[in-house]
Design a protein around this ligand. Structure first.
Ligand code: UT7
Length: 330
């Protein structure tokens, strides 16, 4: 029996900027403590991109360049590059266009995709469709966010959560049963009131007033988002396991979006999976929005073996959510 073409993850690479913002430093900036941040979120430090005129593309370019080198891929052979981000360098051109040009992907078409913290998962499965249909042979998916550009460092409820970073994967056709096997997505616009940036878009373009009233910063109703995030992220894992007849023993790792360590524990508990099988790097990077999942894959790469069953799960602004079942292997 011939197997269908799957999109296998043929390589992964991450990039985080050098500057580390610790909880101790945040204690000097807002009314918070290392103890509160650690127990409520699991975060100890996050990386921040400093400097004038440094946009998300700077980190995306580093991640993609590293990915192409590592996988020995000629950039001219890339057919498509998708960039998931909520912090593009600018509204137009797309950050994907900037990255593709900088890495020499001269034959690729490229575009951005915005699904907040679920962005990487949405982009991964979108990219996979182009491989599965035979339309493309090499697709790069990069998740990148410079969250420090939209965070108010006077608001203790958000500034402790977020960090900057990028992660990229190369997708290639596979006929041996490895790759992205299944996925599920959902959304609900009710999320707007709980997680948004009020100004800077077409509804409320930037003005002196919007700057003065701090409407360009990210606003989050943490408690409301927390409750729905736990439910949806756990549901995504359960659905992927049930639909693909996987028990907790079959799973090598859950690869979750990193928003809060307490969410990760609750998701693992509901799925009946040990915490050792949950990829966690929120302590080092905080919530890097579209970059969390590829940064996890990059960090845990040495622990992954071909044939390992992974379940990815994400939840974010919109609301958006999703899950994917992936068999690791190139
Ligand atoms: O990635 C996209 C999806 N995002 C998420 O999934 C995030 C989900 N939400 C969360 O992770 C959590 O809700 C937060 C970490 C954002 C907040 O944790 P919480 O346990 O929900 O805290 P809370 O908002 O209920 O606040 C509890 C208390 C409040 O004080 P009072 O009213 O009890 O006196 C806050 O003012 O903690 C206070 N507080 C802080 N205290 C010290 C809020 N932020 C801080 C802080 N340091 N940084």
């Amino acid at each position: 029996m011939t197997r269908p073409i799957r999109a296998a993850i043929a390589g992964v690479q991450g990039y985080v900027p050098d500057y580390i913002l610790t909880n101790a430093e945040l204690e000097k900036m807002v009314n918070t403590t290392d103890e509160w941040i650690t127990t409520r979120t699991g975060i100890k430090e996050r990386h921040i991109l400093k400097g004038e005129n440094q946009g998300s593309s700077v980190m995306g370019i580093e991640a993609v360049k590293g990915l192409l080198e590592k996988t020995n891929t000629d950039p001219r052979n890339i057919d498509l590059l998708i960039c998931a981000t909520i912090t593009p360098d600018m509204p137009t051109p797309a950050t994907a266009n900037i990255i593709a040009h900088a890495v020499g992907a001269a034959n690729a078409f490229s575009y951005d995709l915005q699904a907040a913290c679920s962005g990487f998962l949405y982009a991964l499965v979108t990219g996979a469709q182009f491989i599965e249909t035979g339309k493309c042979r090499k697709v790069v998916v990069v998740g990148v966010d410079k969250m420090s550009s939209i965070v108010d460092y006077k608001d203790r409820t958000t500034c402790i959560l977020f960090g900057d970073g990028a992660g990229a994967v190369l997708l290639a056709p596979n006929k041996t049963g490895q790759g992205i096997m299944d996925s599920v997505f959902g959304g609900d616009g009710v999320g707007e009131e709980h997680l948004h940036q009020k100004a800077g878009g077409s509804r409320k373009p930037s003005s002196h007033t919007t700057v003065e009233t701090k409407e360009h910063y990210l606003y989050q109703n943490g408690q409301a988002v927390f409750k729905i995030a736990v439910n949806k992220m756990a549901e995504m894992v359960e659905e992927m396991m049930q639909r693909n007849h996987l028990s907790s023993d079959d799973i090598a790792f859950i690869v979750p979006h990193q928003a809060n360590k307490r969410i990760l524990s609750a998701v693992a508990q509901r799925a009946g999976v040990d915490m050792e099988k949950v990829m966690i790097n929120i302590d080092k990077f905080g919530n890097t929005t579209a970059a969390t999942i590829p940064l996890c894959l990059w960090q845990y790469e040495s622990q992954l073996k071909p044939g390992d069953h992974l379940i990815m799960t994400a939840f974010g602004g919109g609301f958006t959510w999703g899950g994917a079942y992936v068999v690791w292997g190139k």
